[in-house]
Design a protein around this ligand. Structure first.
Ligand SMILES: Nc1ncnc2c1ncn2[C@@H]1O[C@H](COP(=O)(O)OP(=O)(O)O)[C@@H](O)[C@H]1O
Ligand SMILES: [Mg+2]
Length: 269
């Protein structure tokens, strides 16, 4: 079933979101760092439960898109809307509270894990729920332990990040994001700093989440994975979306020469 299938989207007839309401709508997102125009009016639409793979060469602005949605960068213009419930107009100088309201709808998984080195695995996972979301430590711990069990890391709860492999650290990174119970998961090249033999485990966890209906925006260079898992592929270059669509169309028969070049180069590595 496709996520846009009305039956899939509304099995109980009790879907609280208006029909056809996108989970994420981005329009005209623009950002410059000094003279460097990094995002040049980016549009994105992500339906509930969709997996969107964001691909493109280094420097094309992929990370900046994710960071903008997660409140880590503030774009100069454009809008971001989550489920029709949070709406930020960046051109209207939004307050920190408005940016935080947007940030709170998503959770990010970073390329370099970004775990707190001086905190244990469990402490890393409950930090956000307890400090930011003000949940009780008992509840947050129970949730965290259940999530760690799911990714096979129960025995690492009291370990420190340096004691874990990269693949284990990234699974903790994913659990930390899930613990926030976000509407949208943002992955920034979640496997590109892993040794090749550790990539599979992390992709398997993401695949499982995809099967559970999480909505995800994933920056990745894993084309095979994108082809299998994504509902939509978005190709960015030079701060613009060059083309987007079904993985078959964008990855197998792309319309734009720039996309073809990028894919060729990636496949040649
Ligand atoms: N904090 C920053 N300050 C200045 N320039 C930045 C900053 N973050 C990103 N950039 C620049 O923005 C461009 C896009 O970067 P990025 O979003 O990281 O691209 P990608 O993730 O596609 O590699 C690059 O030219 C990068 O150097
Ligand atoms: Mg990046």
């Amino acid at each position: 079933m496709s996520p846009t299938d009305p039956i899939a989207a509304d099995p109980s007839g009790a879907d609280p979101s208006p029909a056809g309401q996108a989970l994420l709508t981005v329009r005209g997102l623009s950002k410059r760092f000094g003279d460097n125009e990094v995002l040049k009016s980016i549009d994105l639409t992500v339906q509930p439960g969709q997996i969107v793979a964001l691909i493109g060469p280094s420097g094309s602005g992929k990370t900046t898109v994710l960071r903008s949605l997660n409140g880590l960068e503030v774009p100069d213009a454009g809008i971001a809307d989550v489920a029709g419930e949070v709406h930020v107009d960046f051109a209207a100088s939004p307050s920190r509270a408005e940016i935080n309201a947007l940030r709170d709808r998503s959770a990010m998984v970073f390329q370099h894990f970004n775990l707190f080195p001086h905190k244990t695995v469990l402490e890393n996972v409950i930090e956000g729920p307890v400090q930011v979301q003000k949940r009780s430590k008992v509840d947050a711990t129970a949730d965290a332990l259940a999530l760690l069990a799911r990714v096979g890391l129960s025995d690492k709860r009291d370990a420190y990040p340096f004691e874990l492999s990269g693949g284990q650290q990234q699974r903790v990174g994913i659990v930390r994001a899930l613990a926030l119970k976000p509407q949208l998961l943002l992955f920034d090249e979640p496997t590109s700093s892993l040794d090749p033999e550790l990539v599979g485990d992390v992709l398997d966890v993401i695949r499982e989440l995809a099967g559970e209906g999480w909505t995800m925006l994933i920056v990745t260079h894993e084309l095979q994975f994108a082809k299998q898992v994504a509902d939509q592929v978005v190709f960015m270059d030079g701060g613009r979306v060059v083309e987007h669509g079904h993985p078959r169309d964008v990855l197998v028969s792309p319309q734009h020469e720039r996309t073809r070049q990028f894919l060729r180069r990636l496949l040649d590595r």
